[in-house]
Design a binder for this molecule. Sequence first.
Ligand code: RUB
Length: 318
Amino acid sequence: MDEEVERIAEDIESMKIRGAGRIARAAASALAITARKSSATSSEEFVGEMLDAARRLIATRPTAVSLPNSVRFVVKRLREGSKARLSLGSLKEHVIEASEILIEGSEQAVTRIGEYGSKMIEEGDTVMTHCNSSAALEIIKTAHKQGKKIKVYATETRPLFQGHITSQILSKEGIDVSLICDNAVRFFISKIDKVIVGADAIAANGALINKIGTSLVALAAKEVAIPFIVGAETIKFSPETIVGELIKIEERPWSEVINPEILRNIGKISVRNPSFDVTPPEYIDMIVTEKGVIPPQGSIQILEENYGWMTPEELFIL
Ligand code: RUB
């Protein structure tokens, strides 16, 4: 494996590169790097190198569906090029181009989500967000740029405090932000007009998989009957769920939750650290995608449009 590609894989694992959209773009760029640096002397050897890199990248984090979807997008073109017996040079170009298309498309998708989603924010709205999502923040930032006065409550998002990043980004934009503990969500929910979060994955039934604690925010939002809005590029929709696969919830090391010394003093206990949770579709009012705003029940249609070409073999080939 190329060193630079291995470093990208490790950065995704250690969460130096994090957030489902960014992970997907990093994986696509790692595949382009693999192609650029390849010293393969035959197309077969090149395909082998690409698939090794693809498998390594997919294995880095299990929940963000945008990661395998991005890798599949590039591998599909690799296979097509190989089937069409492109020369080795053209095959490399084909792969590099595919990865560039994916990266550009993913960036444009976030901008579109911002445009569509911002229409749902009204002057004077108070918004709650959880974790750090580029798509959710794009909605808020776009509405702010349109001159709407918005107040945001950002949850800390333990254990890794992605809420600090969110607060910093929004405050730099000049948006009024209050950082709150995750367990203060219900305390503040009566002040909130809308909840806006991102997605690591959307299942065929419209369920949302996002940072642990998202489902609790959704529960609180439902109690006070305010809109719960998800910003999700279509690359976050999971084709595996059409054929009954469940989305794997990553469990990260306990050391992210508690200092080893404090743990030693507490005694012999187990510490659990699931990184994501599932918000059922009944708790979601709308999903803002780059193709438009859909109810969660519209997820299957997005999956059919975007991934209908996939045979089960293609789905599980990596
Ligand atoms: C990040 C997280 C984000 C989604 C969407 O989790 O849950 O809400 O990935 O982000 P982690 P984006 O910090 O564990 O990667 O909209 O930027 O893709």
